[in-house]
Design a binder for this molecule. Structure first.
Ligand code: IVH
Length: 680
C-alpha cells in the first residue's frame, strides 16, 4: 500500500508533468530541460509501478504520444500511424537486419534509406486529387483536425496532378527549414522578442495555430515519406516506386532518400547522414531504414506499435569541446539564481553555442567545472545545450572552484540558499532589476496575461524610463509617457494600451499563472481557479482546504503561503485590483450568455479592439471565435482590410458585420443585428 507521502508525491508529479506537457506541446515554451522532464516522468513511472493503485486514469503515464490541446477536433485515422523502433549503433542495426532476414528467409531485396526528419508527423488525405483533410499523428489512432492549417502551407499541394486516385492518404513530416527558422529568429530579435527554441518546436507550434493565416505566414515545408490508406491506386512492388509515384503526383518527396542494396550500403548512408548532419536545410534526428519490397514488408508484419520491416537509427547527441570562459549568474523572476557558463563559441548540434545553464552551485561542484577549463558541450537534436564536464588533463594550473557570490550583482541584496533547496535566491524582490524584468516578461507572456507587444524590448524600455516599478504599473500606463519612448508613435502606443486594457479581463487562471507563484503553473492555476473562483478565496484558503484538492499537495500550499507572506505581494494584489484587473471569474450563474452557441470569425483591423480584445469580448459572452469561415460561421466580423475571408463569407452567404454592428452584437445579441444563432 502506498503511504500518504507517496500518494501526495504521485499527485504532485502528475500535476507537474501535465503542466510541462502543456507548456511543451501547446504553449511551445518549455521551462524544463528534456532531462529534467524525463527525471520527473521516471519518478512517476517508478512510483506507479511500485504502487499500481496510484495510477489514475488521467495520469500522464496513461496518455500515449503527444498530448492534444483542446483547440482542434479529434480525427480517427483510417489506418493507425505506427511508430518506429530505434537503434543507436551499427551492431543493433545489424541485429535488426538479422531478425528480419530470419523472418524473410534471407536478406531483404533492397532497402530504402530516408532521413528521419525532426518535425511533426501528419496525415494528409486527397480525394480525387483534392486535399480534403490534414491530421496530426496524435496517439497514432486519434489525431487532431488541422485541415485549415495544412491548406495554408504553401508547400503542401491543395490539388494533385493527373492520375490521382479516388482516395490517397499519405504520411509525412512537416518541418521548418533551418533557413526559415534563422530568419524568423532574426525578426524576433529585431522586435526584442524571445527567440524560438528550435525548428521542431516552432513548426509544431505553427501548425497548431488557431488562425490558419498565422500557420501560412511561417515558412513550413513537408517531406512525404509513406503511403497510407489508398483506394483506386496502381499497385506497386516497392516502397521506392510508390514514393516516386507520389512525387509525380506533385507531393514533396525528399531527394535525399536512397534505395540501396545490402546492409553495408545502409551503413554508408547512416555514416553520411552523421557526417553531413547539419549541411541540409532541414533538421534530422536519425535515419529511417525500410525493407523496400512491399511483399517483404507484408511478410515481416508488425509488433504492437511498430513495423518489423523498418527501423530508426537515432543519431547520437553531438559533443564538442570548448573553453569555459566565465561563470556568470542569472536572476529569474522568482529570484532564483542560476549560474551559467560563458563559452568560447562552438558549433554543436546545428547551432553556435555561446552559453549553457549550469543549473545550480551543487551541480557545478558535482561536475567540477572551473573557469578556464576545456569542457565538453553536448546538444541533442533538441533544445538546451549542456556542459557535460571538464577535460581534466587540460585544466590550467591554479583554476579554482567556483562559489556563489554572497550578493546579487544586479541588486546588491544578499543571495541565500534555503535549507534543503538546490537553488539559491536573490532576496531583492522587485527591487532587483533582473528579477523585475523577468517577472514582467513572464507576467505579460502568452500563457499568462497575454499582453501582445510587451516583450523584453518593451519591458526594458519601460524599466529604463522609470515608467513602471512593478506589474500593477502596467495597467496605469499613460499615453503621454509612452509617446516619449524612442521609436514609439501613436499607433504603437494605442496598440499596447489596447492590449493592456484587454488583459485586465483575463480568466483567473491566467492571472494566477502571471503572478508567478512557485509551483503554480498553468494546470495548477486552472485547478485552483475552478475550485475557488476568486483570487481572494485562493489566498484566504487554509492549507487543509487546499490539500483536499486533487493535485494540490503541501508543497504547493506552502508555496502559496510563502508568496502571500513575501515582501510586497499582498500590496501587489491590492494594486492590481485598484488598477481595474479582474481578480475573480464570473459566477457561473451570472455568466454572460448573450453569444452562447455562436461562432464568429474576425478579420481585418478594428478601431476600438485589438484581435485579442475582440476575441475576449466574444468568448466572455459564451461565443466562439474560429480561424476560418465555414458554413457554420454565424458572422464574419470585418474590420479594415479583411481580404480572402471576406470573399469566402460572401460566397457562403455568411453575414458580414462591421465594427458598429459588432458592438451591437456584443451588447444585445444576434437578434439585434439580424443574424441566425447557428451553432458550430
Ligand atoms: S516511417 C510505418 N519515415 O518518425 C512507418 N517516419 O517514430 C512509420 N519520421 O512518427 C514512419 N521521418 O514522425 C518514417 N522518413 C521517415 C520519417 C519518419 C521522420 C518520424 C515520424 C514518425 C516517427 C517514428
Amino acid at each position: 500500500m502506498a503511504g500518504a507521502e507517496d500518494t501526495r508525491r504521485a499527485a504532485e508529479l502528475r500535476a507537474a508533468i501535465t503542466d510541462h506537457n502543456y507548456r511543451y506541446h501547446v504553449l511551445v515554451e518549455p521551462i524544463v530541460t528534456d532531462a529534467e522532464y524525463d527525471a520527473l516522468a521516471r519518478e512517476l513511472i517508478a512510483l506507479e509501478e511500485k504502487y499500481p493503485e496510484l495510477v489514475t486514469p488521467d495520469s500522464p503515464t496513461q496518455q500515449v504520444g503527444s498530448r492534444t490541446g483542446d483547440v482542434f477536433a479529434p480525427i480517427r485515422h483510417v489506418e493507425r500511424l505506427m511508430s518506429l523502433d530505434n537503434v543507436d549503433s551499427l551492431e543493433a542495426l545489424e541485429s535488426w537486419r538479422d531478425r528480419l532476414a530470419r523472418v524473410l528467409d534471407g536478406e531483404p531485396d533492397g532497402y530504402m534509406c530516408e532521413m528521419k526528419i525532426d518535425g511533426l508527423a501528419v496525415s494528409l488525405t486527397y480525394q480525387s486529387g483534392v486535399l480534403v483533410q490534414g491530421a496530426t499523428r496524435g496517439d497514432g489512432t486519434v489525431g487532431e483536425d488541422i485541415t485549415a492549417n495544412v491548406r495554408a502551407i504553401g508547400d503542401i499541394p491543395r490539388a494533385l496532378g493527373a492520375g490521382a486516385p479516388t482516395v490517397l492518404e499519405v504520411r509525412g513530416e512537416i518541418f521548418m527549414p533551418v533557413s526559415a527558422f534563422a530568419e524568423l529568429n532574426r525578426r524576433q530579435a529585431e522586435l526584442g522578442e524571445k527567440p524560438y527554441v528550435n525548428p521542431r518546436n516552432t513548426a509544431a507550434g505553427s501548425v497548431r495555430q488557431k488562425d490558419p493565416d498565422k500557420t501560412g505566414e511561417r515558412q513550413l515545408s513537408i517531406w512525404v515519406y509513406q503511403l497510407g490508406h489508398v483506394e483506386g491506386a496502381p499497385t506497386f512492388a516497392r516502397h521506392s516506386e510508390a514514393m516516386q509515384w507520389l512525387g509525380e503526383l506533385g507531393l514533396p518527396i525528399n531527394p535525399d532518400s536512397r534505395r540501396v542494396d545490402g546492409i553495408d550500403a545502409v551503413e554508408a548512408y547512416v555514416q553520411d547522414a552523421l557526417d553531413h548532419r547539419h549541411d541540409r536545410d532541414y533538421e534530422i534526428d536519425g535515419v529511417v531504414v525500410k525493407a523496400d519490397v512491399l511483399t517483404e514488408q507484408a511478410a515481416a508484419g508488425f509488433t504492437a506499435k511498430s513495423p518489423r520491416w523498418a527501423i530508426a537509427y537515432k543519431l547520437p547527441p553531438e559533443e564538442k569541446t570548448t573553453i569555459l570562459k566565465d561563470i556568470l549568474i542569472n536572476v529569474g523572476r522568482t529570484g532564483a539564481v542560476t549560474p551559467y557558463a560563458e563559452l568560447e563559441p562552438v558549433f554543436v548540434g546545428g547551432v553556435t553555442v555561446t552559453s549553457a545553464t549550469l543549473h545550480n552551485e551543487g551541480e557545478l561542484q558535482r561536475k567540477d567545472l572551473r573557469i578556464g577549463d576545456t569542457v565538453i558541450v553536448r546538444r541533442a537534436g533538441d533544445v538546451i545545450p549542456e556542459v557535460v564536464g571538464p577535460v581534466l588533463d587540460r585544466r590550467p594550473s591554479g583554476a579554482e572552484m567556483w562559489h556563489m557570490p554572497a550578493k546579487c550583482p544586479f541588486s546588491g541584496h544578499p543571495i541565500v540558499l534555503a535549507e534543503g533547496e538546490a537553488k539559491a535566491r536573490c532576496t531583492g524582490g522587485f527591487a532587483c532589476p533582473s528579477q523585475l524584468r523577468e517577472y514582467l516578461f513572464h507576467f505579460a507572456s502568452r500563457g499568462a496575461m497575454d499582453i501582445e507587444g510587451l516583450g523584453y524590448k518593451t519591458v526594458d524600455a519601460l524599466l529604463s524610463n522609470d515608467l513602471i516599478t512593478d506589474p500593477a504599473d502596467i495597467f496605469t500606463l499613460e499615453p503621454a509617457g509612452l509617446l516619449e519612448l524612442e521609436g514609439w508613435g501613436e499607433i504603437s502606443v494605442n496598440n499596447l494600451l489596447a492590449a493592456i486594457e484587454g488583459a485586465k479581463d483575463r480568466p483567473l487562471a491566467r492571472l494566477l499563472t502571471a503572478l508567478g507563484i512557485r509551483m503554480i503553473g498553468g494546470t495548477v492555476a486552472e485547478t485552483l481557479a475552478r475550485h475557488f473562483g476568486s483570487l481572494e478565496a485562493i489566498l484566504a484558503a487554509t492549507p487543509e482546504k487546499l490539500e483536499e484538492i486533487d493535485g494540490i499537495g503541501p508543497e504547493i500550499s506552502r508555496s502559496l503561503a510563502d508568496w502571500i507572506g513575501e515582501g510586497d505581494n499582498r500590496r501587489l494584489v491590492d494594486r492590481l485590483a485598484a488598477a481595474g484587473v479582474r481578480l475573480a471569474d464570473p459566477d457561473p450563474e451570472e455568466r454572460d450568455t448573450t453569444l452562447v452557441g455562436l461562432s464568429v470569425v474576425i478579420t481585418g483591423t478594428l478601431q476600438d479592439f485589438s484581435r485579442d480584445t475582440a476575441k475576449a469580448a466574444v468568448v466572455e459572452r459564451g461565443g466562439k471565435v474560429t480561424g476560418s469561415v465555414s458554413g457554420k460561421t454565424a458572422a464574419l466580423i470585418a474590420g479594415e482590410g479583411g481580404g480572402s475571408k471576406l470573399a469566402k463569407a460572401e460566397s457562403l452567404g455568411v453575414p458580414v458585420l462591421g465594427e458598429a454592428e459588432f458592438k451591437l452584437l456584443l451588447a444585445d445579441g444576434p437578434d439585434a443585428v439580424g443574424i441566425l444563432n447557428g451553432s458550430d
